[in-house]
Ligand binder design. Structure first.
Ligand SMILES: [Zn+2]
Length: 295
């Protein structure tokens, strides 16, 4: 069994004798002494014994009873047992069975009408980390002819953090430009785009890809003829694949005879330094790529 923290049910932290008295032997800490009684910090309260997440700070309220009070638990995290005293309901960690306290209903403190009265000593607290759920940069790999021109246009797209030209889809490790041009390695010239998914999307970049090269040209791209210049989308996951196939479907409906291949991404070998940002460095502009609205 694995809890939502990724630990197995057998995971147990060492407990002090006072913690054992409360958590294992179902004791009660004295009121108004617990470290979380008046805490207002944003975060998650976890089980002292097994680290399972139990309560979010948003469900904590001030009951003035002397112990931390919550009007709701994280779904499935807390188990209720009839207390041996015959009148109360004991609450324990659903993962490890550690004693937490008691739950009371019908007191009218909050709209949920429920008070989990929990010993501070049964809890740990994990402060909210605003960076934890931030979306990380994602990557996309496209091949659409001479990579100088593709990079020139992608670098100007919103949300693109960086791009790199290179070779992919072939058989040899660390291919050189000369080897790729010799058509013996099976690689195509490609671009790897790193983007911020909060500022753009894979779909926006894939649409751009289909509009800055000609996806209907079968033997290369523009004046660049040969297998290293073919149109290919190298997808990183099922979502990228589905988005690409959807866009190709739209283009075909519009009458474009799209020949773009859709292949799973394999190792991307960065090209030699002099190929990177070629037009930026040389002050030129692409002869082979120009934006054309197709969607
Ligand atoms: Zn636990």
């Amino acid at each position: 069994m694995t809890n939502t923290n990724g630990q197995t049910a057998s995971h147990r932290n060492e407990l002090t004798s006072e913690e054992k008295r409360v958590i294992i032997n179902k004791g009660t800490e004295r009121p108004f002494i617990g470290k979380y009684t008046d805490s207002k910090a944003k975060g998650t309260y976890t089980c002292k014994w097994c680290d399972a997440p139990l309560y979010q700070s948003g469900s904590k309220f001030d009951s003035h009873c002397g112990w931390p009070s919550f009007d709701d638990e994280i779904p499935g995290a807390v188990k209720r047992n009839p207390d041996p005293d015959g009148s109360r309901t004991e609450i324990v960690c659903a993962n490890c069975g550690g004693h937490l306290g008691h739950v009371f209903t019908g007191e009218g403190f909050t709209s949920k009408n429920t008070r989990h009265c929990v010993n501070s000593i049964s809890l740990n607290f994990k402060p909210y980390d605003p960076t934890e759920n931030q979306q990380k940069p994602e990557t996309a790999i496209f091949a659409g002819g001479c990579f100088w021109g593709v990079q020139y246009l992608f670098e100007k797209a919103p949300g693109v953090l960086k791009s790199e030209v290179g070779y992919t889809g072939g058989t040899k490790s660390n291919p050189t430009y000369k080897e790729v041009c010799s058509h013996t390695t099976g690689h195509v010239e490609a671009i790897k785009v790193t983007f911020d998914p909060q500022k753009t999307s894979y779909e926006a970049l894939a649409r751009l890809f289909f509009e800055i090269h000609d996806p209907t040209q079968a033997n290369g791209q523009g004046p660049d003829i040969g297998p290293q210049y073919l149109s290919v989308v190298f997808y990183a996951d099922d979502n990228q694949k589905a988005v690409t196939e959807k866009l190709i479907g739209i283009l075909k409906q519009k009458g474009y005879k799209v020949v773009t291949k859709v292949l799973p991404a394999t190792t991307f070998w960065p090209a030699e330094t002099y190929h990177q940002d070629y037009y930026e460095k040389t002050g030129g502009a692409p002869y082979c790529h120009v934006y054309a609205k197709r969607f």
